[in-house]
Ligand binder design. Structure first.
Ligand SMILES: [Zn+2]
Ligand SMILES: [Zn+2]
Ligand SMILES: [Zn+2]
Length: 469
């Protein structure tokens, strides 16, 4: 590679101002800088008509304008002649710059190679995924590949019982199957007569990634791109989930940011799922119980409806006592909130350390986004206080259609049970609770004080009237 031109060295982002040294960065250069950032000596024939007129400045000032690329035909600038000391400094810097250029080139090559490898890995993964999902048409089109013919098998815990189920892939027929020894229906959902049962197993936990791990290497053949990119995905996926579970066990959440909504049929948690899609294909946000109940079904309730019931119930209870909505006793312990925020930050760091090849798996991406969201929100609660962050300090009792925030619902309810008929809301200030006793006592004392004051006022007025007559 050609020895760097003076201007190339002076303007190179691979060397810092300090490294170049003030002797050289003080050199004055006369340049015409094109709009695309190419610099020319004033007389260069490559200069375009619209290039602005020449300017003289120090090399330091030129660098401050942002990155430029010197024209190799003219040297990129008319540079003031170098003194002997400057020339020596220049010669010392040349090998350093050349080495850095070499490193930058290698890094760029490695980046491109990585990009090509990832895109090959994605293509293999996509094809493997078509096979796992049994999309026969897609498979038919791309059937041809050569590879070993023995079936590949992975043992996994069954989703529906404690038995060890087998996921297997037959490279000959491209068939991927799931079999639980205790019941052939496990892992599948019966869809009625004549219909192929719906495979649920690929959608629970790591099974899908394990199945892809059986199929992809066969398709990949000699190409190691898939193994390099996704080889550890199934393991990383499981490791991340178990690290998150272990973290939660060791650090039970110290602050509830959403109401504790329970399935009225089994008592399990009803987990909110956000709304998805747009326009007509929009799916409303739901509360879901993921257990199969006695009737073989899961439970889904539209979140909007449940939240509306919670709000209505809160309005009714706060109707006579609007000040209770912002009672200081509802404010969580600030130390707990700060500790919770710090724990969430650590949990995110742990997630990032574990996710590895599984970091782009959809539900992990969502899980991380939720964690970050919770962290940001907990930080807000830490900085502003929960009642404030929840909007409860602005509660207007008789405001039409006041919707409580999620955090407000969390602070004002102790538990919410939902079934197909009822939404039952328990609050920390329900009849018989210590908080109610406390708040009511305070309320009565306040009212009595007001009454006393009024009484005194009336007595004074009466005394005045009687004195006059
Ligand atoms: Zn030029
Ligand atoms: Zn089973
Ligand atoms: Zn349930």
């Amino acid at each position: 590679m050609a020895k760097p031109l003076t201007m190339e060295l002076l303007s190179s982002p691979l060397l810092s101002l300090d490294e170049i040294g003030s002797a050289l960065t003080g050199l004055s250069v006369t340049v015409r800088i094109s709009t695309s950032g190419v610099t020319h000596a004033p007389q260069c024939r490559q200069v375009g008509k619209r290039t602005p007129a020449e300017e003289t400045m120090t090399a330091r000032e030129l660098r401050a304008r942002g990155e430029v690329r010197p024209c190799r035909t003219c040297g990129g600038a008319l540079v003031e002649e170098l003194s002997r000391a400057q020339a020596e400094q220049f010669e010392k810097l040349v090998p350093i710059l050349e080495r850095r250029r070499e490193q930058a080139r290698e890094a760029e090559l490695a980046r491109r190679e990585e990009e090509r490898r990832t895109s090959r890995a994605d293509a293999i993964d996509e094809r493997a995924s078509d096979i796992v999902n049994g999309w026969d048409r897609a498979i038919g089109k791309r059937r041809a590949f050569t590879g070993p013919a023995e079936p590949r098998v992975a043992l996994v815990p069954c989703d529906d019982c404690d038995a060890e189920a087998a996921i297997s892939f037959d490279p000959g027929s491209l068939e991927v199957s799931y079999a639980c020894p205790s019941d052939p229906e496990h892992g599948f959902h019966a869809l009625g007569d004549g219909l192929k049962p719906l495979a649920l197993w690929p959608h629970s936990g790591a099974n899908q990634w394990i199945a892809l791990g059986l199929v992809a290497p066969v398709i990949a053949g000699d190409d190691d791109a898939w193994a390099a990119t996704y080889g550890t995905r199934a393991d990383d996926y499981r490791a991340t989930l178990s690290a998150m579970e272990a973290f939660d066990r060791a650090h039970p959440p110290r602050l509830r940011l959403a109401p504790d909504v329970r399935c009225g049929d089994c008592g399990g948690p009803l987990v909110p799922s956000p709304e998805r899609g747009m326009g007509r294909r929009r799916i409303e946000a739901h509360y879901t119980c993921d257990r199969r109940h006695e009737d073989g079904r899961f439970r889904h309730y539209e979140k909007r409806v449940v939240d509306g019931e919670i709000d209505w119930s809160l309005h009714r209870r706060l109707h006579e006592h609007p000040s209770w909505a912002a009672a200081a006793e509802l404010e969580p312990d600030p130390e707990e909130v700060a500790a919770y925020t710090a724990e969430l930050e650590r949990k995110i760091a742990l997630f990032d350390a574990c996710a590895g090849a599984a970091k782009s798996v959809d539900n992990l991406v969502r899980m991380r986004a939720r964690l970050v969201e919770r962290f940001v929100f907990a930080s807000k609660v830490r900085d502003e206080g929960a009642l404030n962050a929840a909007g409860l300090t602005r509660y207007t009792p008789y405001a039409h259609r006041w919707a409580f925030s999620e955090l407000a619902r969390a602070l004002l309810t102790s538990r919410v049970d939902v079934n197909a008929q009822f939404v039952t809301v328990a609050t920390p200030f329900d009849e018989g609770t210590p908080l109610r006793r406390l708040l009511r006592t305070r309320e009565i004392r306040g009212e009595l004080a007001d009454l006393r004051e009024r009484q005194e006022e009336l007595e004074r007025e009466l005394a005045h009237l009687e004195a006059e007559s």
